[in-house]
Each structure stands twice: as C-alpha cells, then as structure tokens.
Design a protein around this ligand. Structure first.
Ligand SMILES: O=C(O)CCC(=O)C(=O)O
Ligand SMILES: [Fe+2]
Length: 215
C-alpha cells in the first residue's frame, strides 16, 4: 500500500500496471448503490447461469449480461449474441450508470472513445476461479476492456501475450476498476480460486462487471 504514493503517476491517482493498463483503486465506490440497483433489475430478467465451455465443461463462475450484446459459451464455441438464449429475449439494457462509469474509467486510462455495447457480469463463490485466457471475441482490439470489482477480494492473474508466461498476482478489492488495452489488450489473464473472508456487505461472493465493445 505504501508504494501507491510513488507509483501514482496519473493525475487521477491511477496506478499504471502495464503500458496500456491502469488500476483505479476504489473508483467505483461512489457508484456501488447504483450498480447494485441495476444488477437487481438485470438479474430479474436474465438470471445467473453456469455456461458450458466448448470442451463440454461447466464453468465455475456464474454469468449473465447486459447491453445490446451478451457473451455466451456452449459446445459450439464462444461468441456474442443479442438474445439471451435462456429467455429468448434481448439482454437487459445496460443501465446508464454502468456505461458512464466504464466510459469515465476508460477515458482516465487514455481511451477517450470507449462506448461499451456489452457488459458481462461474473459471479464468483469461494473456490471458483477463471483460468488464464485472452479476451478476443471482440471485433476491434483497439477498444479496451474495463473491469469493475465488487464484493470479496480476488487475486487477478496478469500474464503475458503468450500463454506460458508467468502471471503477476494483483489483488483486486471492492470498488476497484482495472482498464487494459493498447499493447496489453490481448494479455492472458484470469482469477485465482476465490478465498478469504466474506465481504461485509456482499457476503461470500465477488461480482465482476466486464465492459467491452464487441462490435
Ligand atoms: O473477474 C474478473 O476480474 C475477470 C473476468 C474476465 O477476465 C472475463 O470475464 O473475461
Ligand atoms: Fe477475460
């Protein structure tokens, strides 16, 4: 923590994690009530589900989406689609507070024209993680990824551009926003199996909002 003083080189007190990567600690805290309210409405229309990987495995992380496009996985592969396959209806609209927070964080990180059309929402329970992967189902890799953390602490695994490279472990806490793009857009990343105490308000879970421009 004491190092933050020396690494905070950005005017808005972000920490630069890589050439195109910025971490904004607690940046989402003022918006938590709005995010929680939006999330409740989204879940009423598009409940949590455990997707199946193309290899046939059930994912440990539960997911849903909001926005004009939602990320989906099944035996046929990974893709974005406008309709929730569970309900047959379009995904819930992205609440303005979600889109605005993502847009602001991207701008602070040096990506001024970010207009997300997809927000993947992940729920981790203790023991659940996400193995190292690249986010590459989007059309324009010139657009960044904006990731908002809520609830329990997680260890974000920040790898390299090749799968085998050693991953840095970066703790992410309630309210943190991580933005990656440019030369870091295709870096491998993941989440170590969740452990540690429950969050005082969110309990035994971590929720992650991942904003992207899919098309
Ligand atoms: O939960 C996180 O912080 C990362 C999620 C992620 O990498 C993804 O959904 O592609
Ligand atoms: Fe990812």
């Amino acid at each position: 923590m004491s190092l933050d003083l020396f690494t905070a080189t950005h005017a808005d007190a972000g920490e630069q994690i890589g050439a195109g990567t910025w971490l904004f600690r607690q940046r989402a805290l003022p918006e938590v009530a709005a995010l929680a309210g939006g999330l409740r409405l989204i879940l009423a229309q598009a409940p949590w589900r455990h997707l199946i990987t193309p290899g046939g495995h059930r994912m440990a992380v539960a997911m849903t989406n909001c926005g004009t496009l939602g990320w989906h996985s099944d035996e046929a592969g990974y893709r974005y689609q406008p309709v929730d396959p569970l309900s047959g209806h379009p995904w819930p609209a992205m609440p303005p507070a979600f889109a605005e927070l993502a847009r602001q964080a991207a701008a602070l990180a040096g990506y001024p024209d970010f207009h997300p059309d997809a927000c993947l929402i992940n729920r981790y329970r203790p023991g659940a993680g996400l193995s190292l992967h690249q986010d590459r189902n989007e059309q324009d890799h010139g657009q960044p990824v904006v990731s908002v953390s809520l609830g329990m602490e997680a260890r974000f695994l920040w790898g390299g551009l090749q799968r085998g490279q050693t991953a840095l472990k970066l703790p992410l806490y309630h309210g943190d926003i991580l933005v990656w793009g440019g030369p870091d857009r295709l870096r491998f990343h993941g989440i170590a199996p969740l452990q540690g105490p429950p969050h005082p308000e969110w309990g035994l879970k971590r929720i992650n909002l991942t904003f992207r421009r899919a098309r």
